[in-house]
Design a protein around this ligand. Structure first.
Ligand code: OAD
Length: 227
């Protein structure tokens, strides 16, 4: 039985990290196009660097919650279970998960615009530090912005197409290609489950849907499913 989990901002909300669409299209008081597009970075790189430096600090200060832990524990006994994360925090890993595909990148990584190297990064980028690979001060957050191609797509397609069960947790289902993965899994015969705070108005597209905070719904559903 192959299980694939797709998570979004809702799974980290109770760890204190803001979701994207909770406040009128603003993310931590910024328009998404200002801080999550290549154009926003070209117009005001310092604003974007400061923004992600703060997100990196917030994520480092946050703790995994019961939903992250329930998935990590499940993964420890199911060698085939893969987590596809839209989130750029590392709370799945800090809960103990080991097979996580971060399709929108990671805060703890820097991407060099000069040489293309990716470097683990826990500090700030606002001071234009040198790239450890080429020495040039051209690092940006290793985050997939709108208009850029998500990471790991062939691997994600492979896992989702082969899944017997796809569980979608805490995501609005508005950003593609992540939003299309449930339909892809279903087209290949998988059972699909939605666990979200509230209705997204598309539960008929899932075989099963349960609503409530992830820290409650996820451990309860995982325990019942695993039996
Ligand atoms: P959104 O902010 O769009 O959606 C969060 C979802 O989580 C909503 O459906 C909420 O109802 C739900 N939610 C909120 N709190 C919850 C809780 N405590 N428990 C369970 N569910 C809860 O975030 P995403 O769908 O993750 O992309 O956004 C997708 C992508 O858009 C992000 O990865 C990011 C963003 O712009 C990039 O950065 C490229």
């Amino acid at each position: 039985m192959k299980t694939v989990i797709l998570t979004g901002a809702g799974i980290s909300a109770e760890s204190g990290l803001a979701t994207f669409r909770a406040s009128d299209g603003l993310w931590e008081n910024h328009a998404i196009e200002d801080v999550a597009t290549p154009r926003g970075f070209a117009i005001d790189p310092d604003l974007v660097q400061r923004f992600y430096d703060q997100r990196r600090r917030d994520a480092a200060a946050a703790e995994p919650n019961a939903a992250h832990r329930a998935l990590a524990e499940w993964q420890q006994v199911d060698a085939e279970l893969v987590i596809i994360a839209q989130n750029v925090d590392d709370l799945h890993e800090r809960a103990g998960a080991t097979r996580v595909l971060h399709m929108h990148g990671r805060l703890n990584s820097a991407l060099c615009l000069a040489c293309g190297a990716r470097t683990p990064w826990t500090g700030e980028l606002i001071g234009r530090p040198a790239c450890p690979a080429c020495g040039r001060p051209r690092l940006r957050p290793d985050i997939v912005w709108f208009g850029e191609v998500p990471y790991h797509l062939p691997e994600i397609d492979h896992h989702v197409s082969a899944a017997d069960l796809l569980v979608v947790i805490g995501t609005s289902g508005l950003v593609y290609p992540a939003a299309g993965l449930a339909a892809l899994a279903r087209a290949h015969g998988a059972r699909t489950v939605l666990l979200n705070l509230d209705s997204r108005g598309d539960e008929e597209d899932f075989d099963e849907a349960h609503f409530g905070p992830a820290s409650q719904v996820v451990p309860t559903w995982v325990a019942a499913h695993r039996g």
